[in-house]
Design a protein around this ligand. Structure first.
Ligand SMILES: C[S@@+](CC[C@H](N)C(=O)[O-])C[C@H]1O[C@@H](n2cnc3c(N)ncnc32)[C@H](O)[C@@H]1O
Length: 332
């Protein structure tokens, strides 16, 4: 538990950076947060409103936990996965080991999907290592019963790279299906400005604006209209390091599921898929191997329900506890 010796920790956390990125932490911050995490490994949290199920468990672990978490929800019609990409030093394995690991959670997921379901997976490509693991992952997927449907690229606003190479600003998203799931066309916020694509309809020459179902551009397989999450945004969750934009996940959900469907995500982290489900009227079954992220996922839902806010722009999910401890230390 926290004690007087932790005094500088509180100020470091609360004043300069609401909560440091936990992947860069040497373990000290995590140790302080763990006592506040409700879920231990293989445990499940049930939403008091009866909509979602959140767990702490391993996407590749023994079948018991995964069977248990899906027992009540039934099969999902949509899976949205954002696993570690085998790029960061702390998670690095050989590419063969990484692909074996992926095969396990892909197989686990296939069994839990309905006969007609969509499967989306975000992945990275390391340009210093022959773009691993993206091509190997695609080849592995060709051996499964999923059918490939689209290869989407989302553009980030900020990138990385040297002056001697193209700035890396892309995120890859693969779309597969099992059977024939729904697909609802999505539109971006970008207005159509090009006119003049004429086509004859029922003997009359029509202009493209006249024929179109929306004044905005239809979302294709390159997304340039989604703001990457950064610390000034309301949806930012301090402590997390790999948060996907809500708008991207909501676009996937709206395209590939209907209201009241069950959506699953085995790599919950900041709980973006869960929150997107809450906001779009879907049920979510999600979990993370790390009890801190499982707790953050629960708290993100509770925070949204209590305040309407999608994240903690100038604060963080453990603010209440750390403020109370800080007050106790100061008055001691
Ligand atoms: C890239 S993050 C997911 C980000 C998420 N889409 C979001 O928007 O917040 C990957 C997460 O997978 C979790 N993870 C890693 N290995 C796992 C495993 N074997 N089973 C379940 N979760 C795992 C990590 O703890 C991390 O929180």
């Amino acid at each position: 538990m926290l004690n007087v010796g932790d005094y500088p920790f509180f100020f470091k956390v609360m004043k300069n950076n609401p909560l440091p990125r936990l992947d860069l932490d040497d373990g000290a911050v995590r140790k302080k947060l763990l006592p506040y995490c409700r879920l231990k490994k293989d445990r499940i949290w049930h939403d008091p409103e009866g909509k979602h199920i959140i767990g702490c468990g391993d996407a590749t672990g023994d079948a018991g936990f995964i069977e248990e978490i899906f027992r009540e929800s039934g099969k999902s019609t949509l899976a949205i996965f954002d696993p570690p990409y085998n790029l960061a030093v702390f998670e690095r394995q050989t590419v063969d080991e990484y692909i074996d690991w992926c095969r396990t959670w892909v197989d686990n997921c296939y069994k839990l999907l309905a006969d007609n379901a969509a499967f989306y997976v975000w992945l990275g490509a390391d340009q210093r290592e022959h773009f691993q693991p993206l091509p190997q992952f695609m080849i592995m997927m060709a051996e499964t019963d999923f059918t490939a449907r689209s290869f989407i690229t989302m553009r980030n606003q900020r990138g990385y790279g040297t002056q001697k190479n193209w700035m890396a600003v892309r995120q890859e998203l693969l779309y597969y299906v099992k059977g024939e799931p729904v697909f609802n066309v999505q539109y971006t916020d970008i207005p159509k400005i090009l006119r003049g694509y004429y086509k004859e309809v029922n003997g009359r020459l029509t202009e493209n604006m006249e024929r179109s179902r929306s004044a905005n551009i239809r979302a294709g397989n390159v997304w340039v209209d989604i703001q990457q999450v950064f610390y000034r945004m309301e949806e930012n969750v301090n402590g997390c390091y790999a948060q996907k934009p809500l708008k991207a996940i909501e676009r996937i959900i709206q395209a590939s599921s209907n209201e009241n469907d069950t959506v699953t995500d085995f790599f919950s982290h900041s709980g973006t898929t869960l929150l997107a489900c809450e906001r779009t009227g879907r049920k979510c079954v999600t979990f993370d191997i790390d009890p801190v992220y499982a707790e953050i996922t629960i708290r993100r839902l509770e925070h949204y329900r209590a305040t309407g806010k999608t994240g903690w722009q100038n604060s963080h999910p453990f603010e209440r506890e750390l403020e109370e401890k800080k007050a106790a230390v100061v008055s001691a």
